[in-house]
Design a protein around this ligand. Structure first.
Ligand code: PEP
Length: 247
């Protein structure tokens, strides 16, 4: 099971360090799960330096080119150089506010793989899509965008994040999460064959008070957590549930 923390553009370096130190002291309790911490890019190296050696560090995105004249961007190789071994690709906030299309995301994903990073590829429908009953069609299209990658045998982690549940306090219901995760499993096994199934995380307002119910769903392999990852105690509680259901 993977529990990933997406800090987004939050916390200064000192606050991030305090949060990580708060998690470090519990790390021995979480031997059966993978913890991935995705701080803002300028803090990757500093957070890698202080994080428990069992914790993974991840980027929140990377550029779709290996290097060059791309002012303000960060390449996958640079993330890896700073000690990252994961990167989030296709978060809905980047799809929406940075206009990242499927073809852009595929380029990013390929660069990430080339740099030796493990991808957490986000998919998920908007409220409008769900109300129109289009959620499977949308997610299937987002998976098709990275079909080349899936066909090449590189197994990403997939995060199902219904856009309407991100940062809103609204959570998808247990049957809806189960149905979508099963759908994603069947789509990816159709594309890749059943040998290497991706792990599928749920993301969208996961909090200490709903984490046990969500993480206990059989098709849920972990969680991608935004807001609740900014509080060491709350995040530790979620990790404890993940450890409990992983046993
Ligand atoms: C996210 O940003 O990926 C996310 C799931 O955020 P939150 O947990 O705040 O809904």
């Amino acid at each position: 099971m993977i529990i990933a923390a997406n800090w987004k553009m939050n916390l200064g370096q000192a606050e991030g360090a305090i949060l990580i130190q708060g998690l470090n002291m519990h790390a021995d309790r979480w031997s059966d799960i993978s913890i991935v911490i995705c701080p803002p890019a300028p803090y990757l190296l500093a957070m890698r330096d202080i994080a428990h050696s069992e914790f993974h560090i991840g980027g929140q995105t990377c550029h779709g080119k290996l290097f060059g004249a791309h002012t303000g961007h960060v390449s996958a190789a640079m993330l890896a150089d700073c000690g990252a071994d994961y990167v989030i690709i296709g978060h809905s906030e980047r799809r929406q506010s940075d206009g990242e299309s499927g073809s852009v995301l595929l380029e990013q994903a390929k660069c990430a793989i080339d740099a030796g990073l493990r991808i957490i590829y986000c998919v998920g429908e908007t409220l409008e899509d769900r109300q129109a009953g289009r959620e499977s069609e949308v997610v299937s299209g987002q998976l098709a965008d990275i079909q080349d990658l899936l066909n090449s045998g590189d197994v990403p982690v997939i995060a199902y994040e219904p856009v309407w549940a991100i940062g809103t306090g609204q959570v998808a219901s247990v049957p809806d999460i189960e149905a979508m995760h099963n759908f994603i499993k069947s789509e990816t096994s159709r594309i890749m064959g059943a040998s290497d199934m991706p792990q599928i995380l749920y993301g969208g307002s996961v909090k200490p008070d709903n984490a046990e119910a969500i993480l206990s769903i059989r098709s849920v392999d972990g969680a991608l957590i935004g807001g609740a990852s900014l509080d060491a105690d709350g995040f530790a509680t979620i990790c404890d549930y993940a450890q409990k259901v992983s046993r």
